[in-house]
Design a protein around this ligand. Structure first.
Ligand SMILES: *Cc1c(COP(=O)(O)O)cnc(C)c1O
Length: 430
């Protein structure tokens, strides 16, 4: 059992100056209950909290720490770069190198624009798709998260689902009316929406592997079907690869699943732990962005040199060492198999979904292939599981609607320890 005296003190203090004590809602542990753990430092597979407890990390900063924490080449590159100024507000050669590297790794990306978060990337891609097509509406899927821009906060999964927020105060009906939603993995619903709103849909936004309702892979034919509908109707197909980009393969979900998107959004891994996002795609579409075109988009710190060198170093490492992806897959599969065994005696049915180095556990007796299925699982049991794991030094995402992210820094011994703890988590007598 860990003690959290300092985290408790810090949380009490944080709540006086920061709304809810956190700068992003899911960190507050509201759905799982209890006190959020305040972190002090991390290295490789481990995070250390303010009380000195060590945790094996299965969040990895929600994805960016794919090679583990404080990955030395990234840290060194950032230190060196910082000496040459932390920001110019003028173009640099490094930005070209970053763009060229992304284009060399990602399929169907002729041009790319850097931003500072996944939210910005998705928001900008939506504006671009609308500007390019001259249409207003778009389709997203229930339980998919595309950042917190107004238009996307309809059935937005993850944080929003965790807090059971249905409509968002501050988002006007005028904005939401252009957001159409369909169940994930349900092509028929998409076709129906497209028929009903013929000629008015600018884009279909999709997480090619959903990660914000737990991990939900696309069923065979789903993404291919979206591609076909978009081709038939002149709709821009946007893959939100903020989670999957550079995680599932050097070329992300597009490469791994063999389906082409028109626009792609990136975040998380692309910044190596610094605030970076990007959106890119075909030149024919991207050339509508200002200053080349009339669709306005900008950022004071976009392409920031520290952020770029961190992201560049991370992506270059992944590009030069594609064996990392096989290693990540094998580690995640090993964890998956181990958890299957460990949870078999837990007294509840459960479903483990996995794709590449993304995994999640739902306590459910039915397949979890869309948001409704994820929401109907026994999420109270997940919360119990979460706390039992946390108490034994295993840091899982604090919500059943979040995906676990596996890092290459995890050793077989770390995973074995995780499996052993999981076997006892819901079965203290074992
Ligand atoms: C995290 C996430 C975002 C938002 O990125 P931020 O950097 O948090 O703004 C968008 N889309 C997906 C799929 C994500 O997982």
């Amino acid at each position: 059992m860990t003690t959290n005296t300092k985290s408790k003190e810090l949380f009490a203090r944080a709540q006086r100056s920061i709304p809810g004590g956190v700068n992003s809602p899911v960190r507050a542990f509201k759905s799982v209950g209890g006190t959020p753990i305040f972190m002090e430092r991390a290295r490789g597979a481990y995070m250390y909290d303010a009380d000195g407890n060590r945790y094996i990390d299965y969040i990895n900063s929600w994805g960016p720490m794919i090679l583990g924490h404080a990955y030395e080449p990234v840290v060194k590159a950032v230190q060196e770069k910082a000496m040459q100024s932390t920001s110019f507000g003028a173009p640099t050669e490094l930005e070209i190198e970053m763009a060229e590297l992304i284009i060399s790794m990602a399929p169907n990306v002729d041009m790319v624009r850097m931003v500072s978060s996944g939210t910005e990337a998705c928001m900008s891609a939506l504006r671009l798709a609308r500007g390019y097509t001259g249409r207003n509406k778009f389709i997203k899927f229930e339980g998919c998260y595309h950042g917190h821009a107004d238009a996307f906060l309809v059935k937005a999964g993850s944080g929003v689902a965790t807090f059971n927020i249905q409509t968002i105060p501050g988002v006007t009906a005028g904005v939401s009316i252009d957001t159409l939603t369909a169940p994930y993995n349900d092509l028929e619903s998409v076709q129906k929406l497209v028929n009903e709103h013929s000629g008015t849909i600018a884009a279909i936004f999709v997480e090619p592997v959903a990660g914000n309702m737990g991990c939900i892979p696309p069923e065979p034919g789903f993404l291919e079907g979206l591609r076909k509908i978009c081709d038939q109707e002149g709709i821009v197909l946007v893959f939100d690869e903020v989670m999957t980009g550079f995680r599932l393969a050097p070329g992300g979900a597009q490469e791994r699943l063999g389906v082409n998107a028109d626009l792609v959004t990136y975040g998380k891994v692309i910044g190596g732990g610094l605030p970076v996002g990007a959106f890119g795609g075909k030149k024919e579409i991207m050339q509508h962005i200002a200053p080349l075109g009339n669709v306005y988009q900008a950022g004071t710190l976009s392409g920031n040199p520290i952020a770029m060198i961190a992201g560049y170093t991370m992506l270059k490492t992944l590009k030069d060492n594609p064996g990392i992806y096989k290693e990540l897959d094998e580690k995640t599969e090993y964890l998956h198999k181990g958890l299957e065994g460990a949870l078999s005696g837990c007294g509840s049915p459960f479903v483990i979904n996995r794709f590449g180095s993304m995994l999640s556990v739902h306590f459910s007796d039915k397949p979890v292939n869309n948001f409704a299925a994820a929401a109907s699982a026994n999420n109270n049991l997940f919360n119990q599981f979460f706390h039992a794991m946390l108490n034994s030094g295993i840091y899982l995402p604090p919500s059943a609607f979040e995906t676990w992210f596996i890092s290459a820094a995890l050793s077989k011994e770390d995973i074995d320890e995780t499996i052993e703890v999981a076997g006892k988590a819901l079965n203290p007598s074992r």
